[in-house]
Design a protein. Structure first.
Length: 384
């Protein structure tokens, strides 16, 4: 499969007028113990979480392995560094001896998986993140940079014809209540249902602590970390915050990664959606909020923007429409609007920016997913 170009970022945000991309926190270096090991494991539905024993080699890398059984569906391999230090994976060899993090391998997740270019405190590799990859049965081996833990989330069983993903909503602040989210959650559920995925949406949990009303969109921020860590391990956690704090004010929403964490209670186990940014006075735009939540959930489960802002980079899925700057930047401003890309991906849930308010008033929506996007979601480790 011909893989498209990617923009290698890990935190994806929507501004009031558009969705923008912001890089993750700056990396920090710190030391680590000589090995990280544990035999503990837990099971989240069909998703089993285990910590992988590592050994520190003479080359300075931590090495480990894990076995994917014959009924393996998908896995997410996560590397974690305490105190948000810099960490990443160096290699990941499949049972056939192919390093899928090598830029010379075909296919490759080099520069696509956050685990290949690293992160502050957390990075991961999702397989499959496109139909180009498969969860091959057998022994997988990896080398990682300095870290405190490597955890495997392994889904086994079969991929049912009707896929279900559990969603846990939360709401903060005092301006809106749980009931105000109902219409938007219904929109989000309808979007996924129309694309072959059933959402089981749990009752919204209200978090009344005032410090969580407005938080930073940086997931390593102390307050944001404390909020997101409250998320459950059995669902995709959607935090509907009253607003973002500081320079993040006006942002519609952002995900903790592409994908974020799954099945582990940590700072990357959820997405943020700003209610203030979706409001006109005290009234929420339920359609836009539902589309935002669906979009950010897509990121959390491993989907990239189909076309990025500049119209020069695209996702790794061959069946999603591309809107190239060379062909469709009609006003030559170097930024692809939904209006310029109508018929070329603007209708997709994962297009980089929302329709303008006038287009939304005329009934324009972003509710479609391609067959390959649907497949990534159906194979997600957190799905059932």
């Amino acid at each position: 499969m011909n893989l498209k170009l990617k923009l290698y970022q890990t935190v994806f945000i929507l501004l009031t007028a558009s969705l923008l991309i912001s890089s993750a926190c700056s990396k920090k270096e710190s030391t680590s113990s000589s090995s990280s090991s544990s035999n503990s494991s837990s099971t989240t539905g069909s998703l089993a979480i285990s910590e992988i024993t590592q050994t520190l080699g003479s080359d300075g890398y931590y090495a480990g392995s894990f076995v994917v059984p014959s009924d393996g569906v998908s896995f997410i391999l996560s590397v974690l560094k305490d105190n948000n230090g810099s960490t990443a994976f160096y290699t990941l060899f499949d049972p056939d001896g192919t390093d899928i993090l090598s830029s010379s391998s075909t296919p490759s997740l080099s520069g696509v998986a956050s685990g290949s270019f690293g992160g502050s405190g957390y990075a991961n590799i999702l397989v499959p993140q496109s139909p180009s990859f498969s969860t091959k049965a057998g022994t997988w081996t990896f080398k990682a940079y300095s870290n405190d833990h490597v955890k495997l989330g392994l889904r086994t069983g079969t991929v049912p014809s009707s896929t279900t993903i559990v969603v846990q909503p939360y709401i903060t602040g005092t301006t809106w209540s749980a009931g105000d989210l109902s219409a938007a959650l219904s929109v989000m559920s309808s979007i996924y249902s129309a694309n072959g995925i059933t959402l089981t949406i749990n009752s919204t949990i209200t978090i009344s602590d005032s410090q969580y009303a407005a938080v930073s969109g940086t997931f390593t921020d102390t307050t944001t970390t404390a909020l997101v860590k409250q998320g459950v391990t059995t669902a995709v956690n959607l935090f509907f915050i009253e607003d973002y704090s500081g320079s993040w004010s006006g942002v519609l929403g952002n995900a903790a990664g592409i994908p974020g964490s799954m099945g582990i209670a940590n700072a990357w186990n959820g997405v943020l959606n700003s209610l203030s940014a979706h409001a006109s006075g005290s009234t929420l735009d339920s359609q836009l909020l539902g589309e935002t939540a669906a979009h950010e959930m897509g990121h959390q489960l491993g989907l990239f923007h189909t076309t990025e802002k500049g119209g020069t980079s695209f996702d790794i899925l061959s069946d999603t429409a591309e809107c190239s700057k060379n062909s469709y930047d009609n006003d030559s401003n170097g930024q692809m609007s939904a209006e310029e890309c109508e018929g070329y991906g603007a209708e997709n849930v994962m297009f980089w920016t929302a329709w303008s308010s006038s287009s939304r008033s005329a009934g324009k929506k972003q509710e479609t997913l391609s067959s390959y996007q649907q497949q990534v979601l159906k194979y997600s480790p957190i799905a059932k």
